[in-house]
Design a protein around this ligand. Structure first.
Ligand code: HEC
Ligand code: HEC
Ligand code: HEC
Ligand code: HEC
Ligand code: HEC
Length: 376
């Protein structure tokens, strides 16, 4: 039955191609979902295009799909609401990102995400199966839930009553985030290292419930945060999932960094995380050796671009649910204070120059994720 319905969906996808790949602009949602709209516009989902994300642009500028094929294949995940997405994904067709095309500027839009009906698993990267109906949106609630809660329904759109479990269990995210495997079968970036999402999932961690109404029509007290807490923005909302503790021994000490997340601490291969450790003794600060967490991909033992890389040449990144022990051969005395700072760079500082990102604030800034002080 499931296979049959999937076949139908696929057949529809083929027949109903162009017309159906049309989404209401996010601006339409603003009057009624004001707070959600404001949060969303400050998130990477609204800013995932080459002209809004300088880091994405520098990599795209060097990519052979740009320099040779003139085909923005990145659009599958970075501008999925584009009206010419099919061309972006068809070999031989030329389709570049266009600042003047409004559907490109919609990036990962409200209506796009809320029309994800199912996720089809593939080896290279998954594919979102989209509902063909305009202005009918999935969520974890159904219209009957909404009437039970005595909420007024929208005069603008319908809420779909079935097949919405993906919005609750986090699978709605894995069409784009699960994995991205290149032609050498190297997984560039993935969240699927640990498929078992134990006490939380993508949605509950990255879209926690926050104060404020989901719409101006009803007063719902809380809504799911649409600023998508992540490496660029709002990471302070995620720090609780990383727990840092310390153990003093007679001649040395251990720091434990417990990544309680279902994926590696950072996933994109451009990233570099650092744990800074210092001891404050009688108003003097003694800096100890830093610990670096990084996953470098490359070829012939040297770092290389994602479309060239065929191996992982170094991987010290904190894995999913890993508790790492970091030892320092330093004797802690009474009245010492140990300061530990965990943070990261969006772009590994050694790559800034060759990527032309030395002047870019987001790329060069040290983003502080977590800070702890331990007194003895
Ligand atoms: C005329 C006002 C109005 C407009 C415009 C509007 N909505 Fe809604 N929407 C509502 C109301 C009312 C609800 C019912 C529940 C509530 O108040 O949260 C709702 C609920 C939803 C839900 C499900 C909520 C739940 O409680 O699970 C989604 C998803 C949604 N809207 C998406 C959108 C998107 C996407 C747009 C823009 C393309 C949009 N809406 C535009 C009024 C509106
Ligand atoms: C299968 C979906 C998918 C495709 C296809 C894809 N990306 Fe991405 N990309 C993502 C996701 C998801 C992220 C966020 C990863 C993270 O933050 O860990 C991302 C992030 C990035 C980043 C980091 C941006 C930043 O601001 O730090 C760069 C650079 C990037 N992608 C380049 C590209 C380029 C260039 C292409 C096309 C040649 C491409 N991507 C195709 C899903 C995709
Ligand atoms: C990347 C995917 C994604 C995008 C983009 C997105 N949403 Fe959501 N939205 C979700 C998920 C997941 C939920 C939480 C599950 C649920 O309650 O349905 C949600 C919940 C909602 C709800 C239900 C109320 C709540 O907050 O619990 C409304 C209304 C809504 N979204 C409207 C919007 C609007 C309007 C936009 C654009 C301004 C938008 N969404 C953009 C994925 C997305
Ligand atoms: C249509 C594809 C797509 C879907 C669906 C999607 N994402 Fe993303 N997401 C992306 C891309 C592409 C980026 C990177 C944008 C960039 O950096 O330019 C991204 C970035 C992010 C980031 C990093 C934000 C930051 O500040 O660095 C987080 C967190 C995230 N997504 C969470 C989610 C969650 C949670 C869901 C499911 C509710 C989801 N995404 C669904 C494509 C998608
Ligand atoms: C237990 C909470 C938790 C769960 C579950 C979780 N994340 Fe995260 N996520 C985090 C934390 C903590 C970080 C690291 C801090 C940061 O980058 O903001 C992070 C970072 C990210 C980033 C940015 C990484 C980078 O390299 O730029 C993306 C994208 C992301 N998560 C997507 C997802 C998706 C998609 C899922 C579901 C498959 C998911 N997360 C599940 C807590 C969680």
């Amino acid at each position: 039955m499931k296979i049959l319905s999937l076949l139908f969906t696929l057949a529809f996808a083929l027949f109903a191609n162009d017309g159906a790949h049309e989404f209401a602009p996010s601006k339409d949602c603003q009057t009624c979902h004001t707070q959600i709209y404001d949060e969303y516009y400050g998130s990477m989902h609204a800013n995932s295009t080459p002209d809004k994300d300088a880091i994405h642009k520098v990599i795209w500028d060097k990519h052979p799909h740009n320099t040779k094929l003139e085909q923005y294949s990145c659009g599958k995940c970075h501008t999925p609401a584009a009206n010419n997405l099919d061309k972006m994904l068809t070999k031989g067709e030329k389709a570049m990102p266009d600042v003047n095309n409004k559907t490109h500027q919609e990036a990962i839009s409200c209506a796009y995400c809320h029309r994800i009906q199912d996720i089809e698993k593939h080896k290279q990267s998954n594919t979102n199966i989209m509902s063909k109906t305009m202005k009918s949106y999935f969520s974890s609630k159904s219209s009957s839930d909404i009437s039970k809660e005595n909420l007024k329904e929208s005069s603008y759109h319908k809420i779909i009553t079935t097949q919405n479990e993906h919005f609750k269990n986090g699978n709605v995210c894995i069409g784009c985030h699960s994995h991205n495997v290149n032609q050498f079968e190297l997984n560039i970036c993935s969240t699927n290292e640990n498929e078992v999402m134990n006490y939380a999932n993508c949605v509950s961690c990255h879209m926690p419930k926050v104060k404020g109404s989901a719409s101006t029509v009803n007063d719902t007290k809380t809504h799911s945060f649409h600023g998508f807490a992540g490496a660029h923005f709002n990471h302070e909302m995620l720090e609780k999932h990383i727990v840092i503790s310390i153990q003093k021994n007679s001649d040395d000490f251990n720091i434990f960094v417990d990544n309680q997340t279902s994926h590696a601490l950072l996933m994109h291969p451009l990233r570099l995380a650092v744990l800074k450790i210092s001891v404050v003794r009688a108003n003097k600060t003694i800096e100890l050796e830093k610990e670096v967490f990084v996953r470098v991909i490359g070829k012939d033992g040297k770092p290389a671009m994602p479309w060239v890389a065929n191996e992982v040449i170094k991987d010290t990144m904190l894995k999913a649910n890993e508790k790492r022990t970091i030892n320092r051969a330093f004797r802690i005395e009474s009245d010492d204070r140990v300061d530990v700072v965990l943070g990261y760079f969006l772009v590994n500082p050694v790559a800034l120059d060759s990527l032309g990102l030395k002047e870019n604030k987001a790329a060069t800034e040290f983003h502080l994720l977590k800070k702890e002080s331990f007194k003895f």
